[in-house]
Ligand binder design. Sequence first.
Ligand code: DOR
Length: 438
Amino acid sequence: MAERRARLLVRGGTVVDATGSRRADVAVVDGVVHQVADGLRPPAGATVLDAEGCLVAPGLVDLHTHLREPGHEEAETVESGSRAAALGGYTAVVAMPNTEPAVDSAAVARQVLQLGRGALCRVAVAGAITVGRAGQRLAPLGELAALGIHLFTDDGAGVQDAGVMRRALEYARGLGVTLAQHCEDAGLAAGGHMHEGACSSWLGVPGQPAAAEEVMVARDIALVRLTGASMHFLHLSTAGSVALVAGARAEGLPVTAEVTPHHLSLTDDALCGYDPVFKVNPPLRTAHDTAALARACAAGVIDAVATDHAPHPPEAKDVPLDQAPPGMLGLQTAWPVTLQALGAAGLDWLQVLALLSWQPARIARLHPAAGGDQGGPVVPGAAANLCVLDPHATWTVEPASLASRSRNTPFTGRSLTGAVRHTVHRGEPVVVGGQATR
Ligand code: DOR
């Protein structure tokens, strides 16, 4: 492929990776980082990408992206979602399996992987834990693992039956894969359209209590202790959940956890106008919870910030709150929203990028330490999956200018500081000057 032979010079930026930060230019040849040093000359015929004033980092890695294909191409496709990802600085996303049909067979997994081949970023796939995500019979985890799938989840729903979850964990342990749980007790959450608390009472909207999440986090920690399998907790949203995970980590249990940019930055009072764009599962919580999530990021209890990018088309979302599906867009706003929320909590650029790039790459086994090409240090010989981020540029979120097929961003009209200037995927500049190149 022509782009594999491209030569690039990313010039004038500050390289930031797990080893620290330094001022350096980055030369890329044949999809691979060739040289990293100050004052490099462009290789013959190279495209020069201006990184003056920018951070040059391993591309961001999203553990939690709903690409909707197959089945809901009106909301998103692998192509449109991966375009949004690249524009958001991502060089890899993990596609969630709650498609139609669900990714509960090798055939559907192969289809999504195939669709991802020409995409603007790497598209990894998560498999379902149970057939049809119905929570009863285990999906063919071994067959899916044989395709290189490492994460399994029924996301959109939690696995309700503890016996089924125990069996899934036992299989997962044998296969060396990780189960990722959407922690939501269906009985406790039933009928709730937002967080249950003062706001929901005042609005007269049925809520989901924090306990709907926390009882499943607690149960699954017990199951990890029982089985020895590793577990990843998706989109944790409450102070109680992160306290439980902190306890499990202190005990040495093999658990990891993510939070979303929206749970770090928005609270349940956003629903005061009954606008379904703010409806999401788990629901937006309270300021007490957002502060606890940020502290858990600072303390290393939370390993990753993941978008839970959940596109829904206007005809589905622009309906009364109780009829709207939960979910919000995230890929193109994740980095600046996280930077703002965690910056205010005292985290620096390096810590924020750790949560968005190399730590999730490790959880998804896309990191060079696991034989992958994402999130590794920017050194000669590394795969050229990079993002160039301007931490000072400001821009205003306009839904119509986002690449997603859907428009359900909760940040409409919001002025954000932090813009993606370039994204390099396998040595190809797929985003240049904030625009996709193809
Ligand atoms: O709000 C959500 N939307 N939470 C989920 O877990 C699933 C997602 C979706 O698929 O729309």
